[in-house]
Design a protein around this ligand. Structure first.
Ligand code: GLU
Length: 504
């Protein structure tokens, strides 16, 4: 029977959300929306030792910024709440007990010191210690203690954990929606702790109980969780619950070399691995974020979507809606996906070109205000329109447009060398032409100046380069007559005069 689609993103708030985690959230979101289902976020904060203040708020803010906020989560449509595992603590013990009763789990009293010693002994012989069917009948647990003794020890307040009793001699043939059939030999699994001495469930128990109670239909998560899949499937069997479908997403790989993308790669090559800037509450260390670097959320969504998924066409640019329409878990690759910071910038450049000019103008206006420049927003918007094709980030707008607002204070040395002895005279003549020009629209000034040049057989280079140098201070910038039209007659002439005086 097919059930309603409900998928989840289940981060542990142990720090800022890594970009790989964002990709997991995105694929869950896309899958949910594509199938008219629900995307919810559950906070897996049962490990109190690893709890980091601010991390939960950070995760939600990041998804909000990217436009992929969950439909249900802490404080939002809490139909299956609470959505924080720490607030569901009271729930899990009962399920652990259920497994004890049905013989799927057992109490274990082995102290940390005892287990450490066993581990050491095995290591000395070049082996690894696994707590499982091979030795559980010799260790200190409810399988080797009588029922009375076990009850007594628990009543005495002795510390214990609850372990899963993994079935023996079984090859599990499991289905992963991305990988197809995956096989696991139960004899190689360890009897994982489900419930700890501190009264808290471990990730495995809490995750399965909640996925069941919250009616999760599909578990879409990173490849690093694939080894947990057999235990999870066995837990569903032990509880007699219908298991969700599983899909394990490919790793995100370093831009160069092999291995998983890490924060250190980002530090080394100068790109963020987090969606938003993060300040570590204990060390104060700041990690850069895509948002603060000036990336547009659409660009981040787009490059993340293509990390491990392809539409099967040549299309590279996808809006979120288009992604929802084309997304298909069947087209997610098994192989890891290489992170490409340069390509990410290319995506930002594409979306930057599509960004609303007025919105960008407001951003540029902030810079102008800081510099004490006051210009109407219409003017700033026009400036943005003229220079944006050269920009990838809003932060580049000022450098690309400074000359629209301020006269140059110096001149590019190399370009200034081309200021010939006769240039001043030609520029004086040009001033005369400009003074007599009434209509200062781009087209009209361009026509007037070019006609004058043609009629007097003055070569283009003789005028255009010195003119640009006078107005901009270098040979860069957009169409020269656009600049002239924007700054106006008076300012144009003033700048040419200044250049004549300075560049003798
Ligand atoms: N809390 C786990 C994590 O931090 C969730 C893994 C899963 O999706 O099952 O990624």
């Amino acid at each position: 029977m097919s059930r309603p689609i409900r998928v989840r993103f289940a981060p542990s708030p142990t720090g800022p959300l890594h970009i790989g985690g964002v990709r997991t959230a995105l694929f869950n979101y896309l899958f949910a929306k594509k199938h008219g289902g629900v995307f919810y976020l559950r906070v897996e904060d049962t490990d109190q030792n690893r709890f980091v203040p601010g991390a939960e708020a950070y995760i939600l803010e990041a998804l909000e910024w990217l436009g992929i906020a969950p439909d249900e989560t802490v404080g939002k449509n809490e139909k299956f709440g609470p959505y924080r595992q720490s607030e569901r603590k009271h729930l899990y013990k009962e399920y652990a007990d259920q497994l004890i009763q049905s013989g799927w789990a057992y109490y274990a009293f082995d102290s940390a010191e005892d287990l450490d010693q066993l581990r050491k002994n095995e290591e000395e012989q070049g082996k690894t210690f696994i707590y499982n069917h091979g030795n559980r009948e010799q260790l200190d647990n409810s399988l080797t203690n009588s029922a009375e003794k076990t009850a007594q020890r628990i009543a005495n307040g002795e510390e214990y954990v609850i372990r899963f009793k993994t079935p023996v001699n079984e090859i599990l043939h499991l289905n992963d929606m991305i990988r197809g059939e995956v096989k696991f030999d139960t004899n190689l699994l360890d009897d994982k702790v489900l419930f700890k001495g501190d009264g808290m469930p471990t990730y495995h128990l809490a995750n399965i109980v909640d996925d069941h109670l919250m009616e999760t239909s599909h578990v879409i998560r990173g490849e690093e969780w694939l080894p947990s899949m057999p235990l999870h499937v066995l837990l569903y069997r032990a509880f007699n619950w219908e298991a969700p479908e599983f899909a394990h997403l490919p790793l995100i790989l370093k831009p160069v070399g092999n291995g998983k993308l890490s924060k250190r790669d980002g530090d080394k090559l100068g790109f963020p691995v987090f969606p938003l800037e993060w300040k570590d509450p204990s060390s104060g260390e700041i990690s850069s974020g895509y948002r603060e670097k000036g990336f547009l959320p659409e660009a981040v969504i787009n490059f993340l979507a293509l990390l491990g998924w392809s539409s099967g066409t040549d299309q590279e640019l996808f809006t979120l809606d288009e992604l929802v329409n084309s997304f298909d878990l069947g087209r997610v690759h098994k192989a890891g996906a290489k992170f490409d910071p340069e390509k990410n910038k290319w995506f930002n450049h594409q979306y930057f070109q599509r960004a609303d000019d007025t919105k960008l103008a407001h951003q540029l206006s902030h810079v102008l205000v800081e510099k004490g420049i006051n210009k109407p927003i219409e003017f700033v918007t026009e400036v943005v329109r003229l220079v944006k094709e050269r920009a990838t980030f809003a932060s580049e707008l000022w450098d690309l447009s400074e000359f629209f607002f301020l006269a140059p204070t110096s001149y590019d040395e190399k370009a200034a060398k081309n200021w010939k002895p006769e240039t001043a005279e030609l520029m004086e003549k040009l001033i005369g032409i400009l003074e007599n020009t009434l209509d200062f629209s781009t087209e009209n000034v361009e026509n007037t100046v070019k006609t004058w040049m043609t009629e007097n057989e003055i070569g283009m280079g003789k005028i255009m380069q010195p003119l640009r140098l006078s107005l901009v201070g270098s040979l860069k910038g957009p169409h020269l007559f656009d600049i002239i039209s924007m700054i106006g007659k008076e300012e144009t002439i003033t700048r040419i005069r200044k250049a004549i005086a300075s560049l003798k």
